[in-house]
Design a protein around this ligand. Sequence first.
Ligand SMILES: [Cu+2]
Length: 205
Amino acid sequence: MRLQSIALVGSLLGVASAHFHLQYPPPRGPFVADQEVGFCDGYVNSTTNRTEFPLDGGIISITSSHPHFTFGVIISTLENPTSFRNFTQAVDYFVTESAGGFCFPVNLSAKNLPGVQEGANVTVQMVFDGGDEKLYQCADLTLKQAATVSSDVPCVNGTTTSGSPSAAVETGAPSPTATTGDASSLSALNVAGMLGIVGSVWAVL
Ligand SMILES: [Cu+2]
């Protein structure tokens, strides 16, 4: 009985705690669900293994456990930004529907931001709001006009809809774990989130 209710709490909260997961460019470190409400998912320092990222023609790829969310990207040209004040808007906030994978093209030079140029070391911070809290993950980049995105990078869109998102929901959009494409890593993410929550509930008991 007790174990069952713990498992139930774990699975209910696990979905919420999975939030969103940055796939590309690679985040600063392993995903930490509990820290995603904080600056750079709790990773406060820049990494030394920066990803060479196209100045134009890049992509951002995430998985999301929330089917409806607001997303934006902020950027800092400091070597080691430590505060949200060090960032400016690189991709304006938009609202979308996509359960499972979500991937979109990004042109970081589009806004002509000072310092966002060939060879620059920058940090991009993803800002995600799926209805529970604002969530953050960071990636440290070196911008290169000639950089390319490897074809190994997962770039899939789950149940992305254009025009009539509510219709898609009514016709029964597949749940995140049932989505094709990047489903395996997403269910792993959910399992990890569940285990984390079950662990903490157990600790409280
Ligand atoms: Cu969430």
